[in-house]
Design a protein around this ligand. Structure first.
Ligand SMILES: NC(=O)c1ccc[n+]([C@@H]2O[C@H](COP(=O)([O-])OP(=O)(O)OC[C@H]3O[C@@H](n4cnc5c(N)ncnc54)[C@H](O)[C@@H]3O)[C@@H](O)[C@H]2O)c1
Length: 732
């Protein structure tokens, strides 16, 4: 719903503006921000700008809606008016949607319904004007912004990379409420509308044009001139806009009883997997269907009611909370202390190094990837190539963009000259000695003083790693998760000597790569692996006690996790899990004793997906060789085996995670509950609809969590002992 895109001046991008500005119709502002700016030219074409040049992100607030309404009223009574162009305040910004603060503050369904009706009625004023209204779109045109554009008679989009068009409301647990479900469904047909509305998918200019969301696609510098020309052409013909009709399959699947097939398929999809936890897409499905089964007024009123119902759901409140946490995380990248990272050297081209180097190149950095092993480098190269081919095939990337990414990535065994390197990052084997040696070598080989030295370690001490570095203030942990291209979280680890500048630079880089940084201190497992450790350990114990992997995984999927812990262990690999569990055990010997299953799986060579099977078989299907290992451990037990119930599984797997999260907060690993919420949603996939782990704990009742853990501690042992911090909070 919002975007951090910033506009910049592009000389020559608005050739028509200065010439035509003759009459200032409405320029309303408050606290330095122009809400709507409207000027009418000599030729009778008005330019209505959403916001003033000082606004880098435009959203719909109550004030802007008022200003828009009065600007439309003035236009209506202006006898010079021949047409209107609606556009953003400047290049690379149209409107990012409704102000999320407003969404968060609404707690009554009726208030939500009123807000929706109000917005839609203001926008409908544009359609009611007797002259053509053309939307000229560049930058984010999302949510309410796109709903406004849908009320225009013609939409023209710029091909600039910043252009993003869509209705992402379901990502905030709500449905489009300003007429979006009705207008989009009528414009492109039910199947295409559902594809966008139910997923919240956003499209760049070209795919938006191909799918009929916009009528024309033009280069950025021609946007306003084209909008102006098209508007005049329509005005000359005395027309509001082009004739529109659904055709072919879009018509059959929207306007005939065949529509039921589309609805049935969408309903089925929304009932499976994680989708079943989110009510908004199901409600949006009926809203889009209403566009073909109800008269317009009725369908639009139903849409406003649906928004009112969704805006107060706990899921929406959880998702809006997370939205603000992601915005907060992005602000970590804005510190004035931060240095730029334009050139990077990544040492270690394995699973992580190759992914990180590819990500850097994708995001416009010059990067050199080095490894001792030529095979690893060949694999890294092939992996990047495969990714680029896939994205060009799917038209997410133009060929020249793919070539530019390839050109930015150099691969070799030699580090080359380090003189112009801004970031040196190691992702070699998890071995303190090797990592220390490489850091010392980086300094010896002339890494500039202001370059940052980073490690991607998942378990070793960043402080200790910096021991051999003369200027250890610049050593910082930048912990990407696997796969780095996809995982949204990056832990930024502040060692004992790490400078503010190194932390700020790492945060800025993470944000620049499209990630959400969370700053942690340097302690075993940092935040994510530390919380994950008791969770995976307990899953292993449950397996050995007699619960089936399928039952454990199903209980966690039912709880809302994206993947069950047994499947996750197979993906991580029992070798890696064993290493991490040893580090965690050293750090917290009283409660993180590794389950015997880890070592037994390693001994049997049933490491998981990397060896063709672990608990599950190759490619995650069927039973893997690890089942025999589990059976053998079960047979050695004296206590009778038993299957844990669903509620026991939740208590034994999730409640210790809650306790561990609060322990991390109380020992200063992270600074706030917000960090816990964001870190665990983005790092382990804790269900986003809960709003994060601390919100979950409060909703569940922290006293109830403590009582259950006390009982588990009494029956199963001290690993469930409750921390003082959680116990104190339970009585708050
Ligand atoms: N795999 C994960 O899920 C994951 C996740 C987060 C962090 N990490 C961390 O990232 C680091 C790398 O992990 P990985 O899974 O990519 O390992 P990997 O085994 O896939 O790759 C390590 C690479 O380092 C290379 N290497 C070893 N010594 C080298 C040297 N002196 N110079 C240059 N290259 C050298 C190896 O040839 C190998 O290609 C580790 O510190 C690990 O803890 C891993």
């Amino acid at each position: 719903m919002s975007s951090s895109s910033t506009k910049s001046d592009r000389p020559g991008s608005e050739p028509t503006t200065a010439k035509r500005q003759t009459g200032d119709i409405a320029s309303t502002g408050n606290a330095g921000a122009t809400t709507v700016d409207c000027r009418i030219g000599e030729d009778g074409i008005a330019e209505l700008r959403l916001g003033g040049p000082e606004e880098s992100v435009v959203t719909f607030t109550a004030e802007r809606l008022d200003a828009l309404e009065s600007a439309i009223a003035k236009l209506r009574s202006d006898r010079r008016l021949r047409g209107v162009i609606v556009t953003g305040p400047g290049p690379r910004m149209f409107c990012a949607g409704a102000d999320v603060k407003l969404i968060q503050d609404i707690t009554e369904p009726a208030a939500g319904e009123r807000a929706a009706t109000r917005g839609r009625e203001v926008f409908a004023g544009l359609r009611a004007l007797p002259v053509p209204v053309v939307a000229a779109i560049e930058g984010p045109c999302l949510g309410g912004g796109f709903e406004l554009a849908l009320f225009c008679d013609l939409r023209i989009a710029s091909s600039d990379r910043s252009t993003q068009i869509g209705l992402p409301e379901v990502k905030l647990g709500i449905v489009p409420g300003f007429g979006g479900t009705y207008n989009l469904s009528r414009l492109v047909g039910l199947p295409a509308a559902l594809d966008l509305v139910l997923t919240g998918r956003m499209l760049r200019g070209k795919p938006a044009w191909k799918r009929g969301l916009v009528d024309h696609l033009v280069p950025p510098e021609k946007l306003l001139a084209t909008a102006h020309r098209e508007c005049l052409a329509l005005a000359d013909k005395g027309k509001k806009g082009p004739e529109r009709r659904l055709r072919g399959m879009a018509w059959w699947l929207s306007k005939t009883p065949l529509r039921r097939l589309v609805v049935r398929a969408a309903t089925k999809k929304l009932a499976t997997g994680q989708a079943k936890f989110y009510p908004a897409p199901k409600t949006a499905l009926s809203c889009c269907t209403n566009a073909f089964t109800m008269p317009a007024e009725q369908a639009l009123a139903a849409e406003a009611r649906a928004l009112g119902a969704m805006i107060v759901t706990p899921e929406s409140k959880g998702l809006t909370h997370l939205f603000f946490l992601t915005e907060r995380s992005k602000r970590l990248g804005k510190s004035e202390d931060a240095g730029a990272v334009d050139r990077a050297l990544v040492v270690g081209g394995g699973v992580m190094g190759a992914g990180i180097a590819g990500l850097l190149a994708n995001k416009g950095r010059d990067v050199r990837l080095c490894d001792l092993d030529l095979d690893a480098l060949a694999r890294a190269k092939a992996r990047l190539q495969k990714d680029l081919d896939k994205r060009t095939r799917r038209r997410r990337l133009e060929r020249h963009e793919a070539r530019a990414i390839q050109d930015r990535l150099a691969i070799g065994t030699d580090w080359g000259h380090l003189g112009r390197t801004d970031l040196w990052l190691e992702a070699v084997v998890e071995d303190m000695g090797v990592k220390q040696q490489l850091m010392a070598a980086a300094i010896a080989r002339g890494l500039p003083r202001d370059a940052v030295i980073a490690t991607n370690t998942s378990s070793l001490s960043v402080t200790e790693m910096a021991d051999n570095v003369v200027q250890r203030d610049r050593v910082v942990g930048i912990h990407f998760f696997n796969p780095p291209e996809k995982m949204p979280l990056v832990e930024i680890i502040r060692g004992e000597h790490t400078s503010e500048r190194a932390v700020a630079t790492a945060c800025k880089l993470a944000v620049g790569l499209g990630k959400f940084p969370v700053i942690t201190t340097d302690a075993p497992g940092f935040l994510v692996n530390r919380c994950l450790s008791p969770y995976l350990n307990e899953a292993a114990r449950l397996l050995v006690e007699g619960t089936s992997p399928e039952a454990i995984d199903a209980a966690m999927l039912d709880f809302g996790m994206p993947m069950g812990p047994c499947r996750l262990l197979d993906e991580v690999g029992f070798d890696v899990a064993t290493k991490v569990s040893e580090v965690m055990h050293n750090g917290f010997p009283d409660r993180m004793q590794p389950c015997e299953l880890f070592a037994a799986m390693v001994k049997a060579g049933a490491l998981g997906q990397k060896t063709g099977g672990g608990i599950y078989g190759a490619a995650g299907k069927g039973q893997g060789p690890g089942r025999r290992v589990i059976e053998s451990l079960r047979s050695q037990r004296t206590a009778p085996g038993r299957e844990a119930s669903r509620s026991e599984l939740v208590q034994r797997l999730i409640y210790p995670l809650v306790d561990e999260a609060y322990r991390c907060l109380d020992s200063g690993i992270v600074a706030s509950e917000d960090d816990l919420d964001l870190g665990l949603v983005m790092g382990i996939g804790f269900p986003p609809f809960t709003g994060g782990i601390t919100r979950f704990a409060k909703r569940e009742g922290r006293a109830a969590v403590v009582a259950a853990l006390d009982e588990l501690s009494r029956t199963l042992g001290p690993r469930f002992a409750v921390s003082d911090g959680l116990r104190r909070r339970a009585v708050e």
